[in-house]
Design a binder for this molecule. Structure first.
Ligand code: ZN
Length: 286
């Protein structure tokens, strides 16, 4: 005998109603499950697209954080990658930074002379001094310290020339040439004479922002100031750039006022070994 015959009509209605409800519940559960699966698929696609797109370091950090939260296995093998943003940023930094120190390493030893013009694309971040002069901002702290210490010892140095643009260098050369011409020289002779003391535009250290001409602030005689600088400037990373005994090598007459920043380490070695920058760069390599 078929099973449903054992039930009363009311029981059958009840059972039918219960089956209907169960089917409805199952449909709802299926629908919910499908929605859940769809959500997971969409989320996965979004993460994949986001982590593939090139972005700023911040964006990379964010996608790494998302990965770390949704895939615990990653955090287990990579302890530094946590969900906390600041730590993730720290971990990501070394990947983007390394090239900078290599480029920056020898900025202070760049050689500029008649044979080594400034690179065409040379740029410098300048710091303006109180008297309107400009220097490479990287040398400012040591320059300030040198002047402070000199003043504490009764020496009052004054910057007479500092950073020059290429255009300014050209103006100076033109001005010197014109003054010799005015004194009766031919243009050719006047230019040749000007070139003895003025470097060609693009070959003057002053265009680097690392060279300074220094005189005494109050005295007409700068000898004491120059002597102090000759004795002490290396401690602050500066060298007397055109010494009297290196004229042959530098190609520039003795200039007791012209100091050049090369960094403390190089200044110490150059001073101890009695070298000029040309010799030092040749010795240590570019
Ligand atoms: Zn100079």
């Amino acid at each position: 005998m078929p099973e449903q015959n054992r039930y009363t009509a009311e029981q059958r209605r009840y059972l039918a109603e219960r089956r209907r409800k169960r089917r409805a519940r199952r449909r709802r559960q299926n629908l919910l499950l499908m929605l859940l699966i769809a959500a997971v698929v969409i989320l996965t696609v979004l993460i994949a697209v986001h982590s593939c797109s090139p972005g700023t370091p911040e964006e990379t950090t964010q996608s790494q954080s998302v990965l770390a939260t949704t895939e615990p296995a990653l955090t287990a093998t990579q302890p530094p990658l946590t969900t906390e943003q600041p730590e993730a940023t720290t971990a990501a930094e070394p990947e983007t930074d390394p090239p900078a120190p290599a480029e920056d390493k020898s900025w202070n030893l760049i050689l500029v002379n008649a044979d080594h013009p400034l690179p065409e694309d040379y740029t410098v971040s300048l710091k303006e001094l109180r008297n309107g002069h400009h220097v490479d901002e990287r040398i400012y702290p040591e320059l300030q310290q040198m002047f402070d210490d000199a003043r504490a010892q009764g020496i009052h140095p004054l910057i007479n020339e500092s950073f020059r643009t290429r255009e300014r260098q050209q103006e100076i050369l033109d001005k010197y040439t014109a003054s010799y011409e005015a004194a009766g020289m031919s243009h050719e002779d006047a230019y040749a004479k000007a070139r003895q003391t003025v470097a060609l535009p693009g070959t003057s250290e002053h265009e680097l922002g690392l060279a300074l001409d220094i005189i005494a602030e109050y005295d007409a005689d700068s000898t004491a100031t120059w002597n102090w600088l000759k004795e002490n400037s290396w401690k602050y990373g500066f060298i007397l750039r055109y010494p009297a005994d290196k004229v042959e090598r530098t190609g520039i007459d003795y200039e007791p006022w012209h100091f050049r920043y090369v960094g403390v380490e190089a200044a110490k070695e150059i001073t101890e070994q009695g070298l000029c920058l040309e010799e030092y760069v040749e010795q240590t390599g570019p």
